[in-house]
Design a protein around this ligand. Structure first.
Ligand code: NAI
Ligand code: MG
Length: 359
């Protein structure tokens, strides 16, 4: 297959980790007989330095015309970097908000999984990890409380703040489809998380999930209230395969799930729209404290590249090849400094990338 990939190295460790993930993608193309073309664009602080804005329309256009976008991270040290003296709309993160909005990315997929080799860093008890865990949270990203109307006013001379939570049927339907599609690529179990005992939006959410579920008879759909889901994620994360939930609940639960793994530097993410075009990035930031020192862990970005192969290109075999290679490198005892423990072999960013490609 021929595919166009836009790379956004960004700031801090971004260029180092994207370089390794790009080399992995190029290696996959060679091994599996695909043609991937790569175009690099600036976004974030580096774009401010060059063009005076965090993402130019011309570069955005290149992303829109691609088949998939792979991002490192944007941003610098908020205390020392001159970028943070600019207006909010001109700071590095504004580039990220702009590309998310312009690509219409409404579905955010965040996996959380435990490599047996890294279990020592996981805060859960061994008996809770007997079966490990490997789950994906599908979060609705462009609706709900964070995008509803809001205001603060005096009502009967009492200061009163109002936020509104709105979901429409089509918004729920399209995220439901993404979640069921993700579940069909995995263990075919979907848990929809809501607060249907209280909220009308949750009752509509549940009804639409049930309706969409009729088109996916292979996927087992069940429902869980969000407060219970928060407990179950720490109590027994192994019970989950795919979780789908609205924006606010997803924000909180996906951060909770990533902490439970104990190694946030290992976690990839995907943001998808109605087409196959998606934006893939590690869950961590630009780590300015270790930039340029060959210390950054490239595995979250390499695993994001695997998600890109799976969700934008439908290349399941290729995606699994990358994921197995990462697992094999860890099994063989190689660690970047952030996940190093005594008795393992410490390697830098470049060597870690090369080891993955070798496997
Ligand atoms: P961070 O995730 O960049 O760093 C937190 C800590 O984790 C640091 O000690 C860092 O060295 C370490 N770390 C992160 N990724 C690592 C990796 N791959 N390998 C080894 N160690 C790693 O979060 P922080 O410090 O809060 O933010 C730094 C900058 O990144 C800020 O400007 C922030 O706005 C930006 N940021 C950007 C994101 C994005 O581009 N999507 C997401 C989160 C933060
Ligand atoms: Mg959050």
């Amino acid at each position: 297959m021929e595919k166009k990939i836009v790379l956004i190295p960004g700031d801090g460790i971004g260029p180092e980790i994207v370089r390794e993930a790009k080399a992995v993608l190029a290696h996959v193309a060679e091994k599996f007989g695909h043609t991937f073309s790569f175009t690099e664009i600036d976004m974030g602080g580096c774009s401010i330095d060059r063009y005076g804005e965090p993402l130019t329309d011309e570069n955005l256009q290149k992303a829109k015309e691609s088949d998939a976008v792979l991002l490192g991270a944007v941003g610098g040290n908020a205390e020392t970097s001159p970028w943070y003296k600019l207006a909010p709309s001109l700071r590095p993160e504004a580039g990220l908000l702009k590309i998310r909005k312009e690509l219409g990315l409404f579905a955010n997929l965040r996996p959380a999984f435990l490599y047996p080799e890294l279990a020592a860093a996981c805060p859960l008890k061994p008996e809770q990890l007997a079966n490990g865990f490997d789950l994906v949270i599908v979060r609705e990203l462009t609706g709900g409380l964070y995008f509803g109307e809001r205001h603060t006013e005096k009502v009967n001379s009492v200061e009163t703040a109002v936020d509104t939570l709105v979901y429409t049927e089509p918004e729920i339907r399209r995220i439901a489809i993404k979640a069921f599609e993700a579940a069909t690529k995995r263990r075919k179990s979907l848990i929809s998380v809501d607060k249907a005992n209280v909220l009308d939006t949750s009752r509509l959410w549940r009804r639409v999930m049930e309706e969409v579920g009729k088109d996916y008879p292979d996927v087992k759909l069940s429902h869980m209230l969000v407060d219970n889901a928060a407990m179950q994620l720490v109590y027994n994360p192994g019970q989950f395969d795919v979780i789908v939930t609205e924006n606010t609940f997803g924000d909180i639960l996906s951060d909770e799930a990533s902490m439970v793994t104990g190694s946030i530097g290992m976690l990839p993410s995907a943001s998808l729209n109605e087409t196959k075009l998606g934006l893939y990035e590690p869950s961590h930031g630009s780590a300015p404290d270790i930039a340029g020192q060959d210390k950054a862990n490239p595995l979250a970005t390499i695993l994001s590249a695997a998600m890109l192969l799976r969700y934008s290109f439908d290349m399941e075999t290729e995606a699994r090849a990358v994921e197995s290679a990462v697992a094999a490198v860890l099994r063989d005892g190689y660690r970047t400094p952030d996940i190093y423990t005594e008795g393992t072999k410490k390697v830098g960013t470049r060597e870690m990338g090369a080891l993955v490609r070798e496997r």
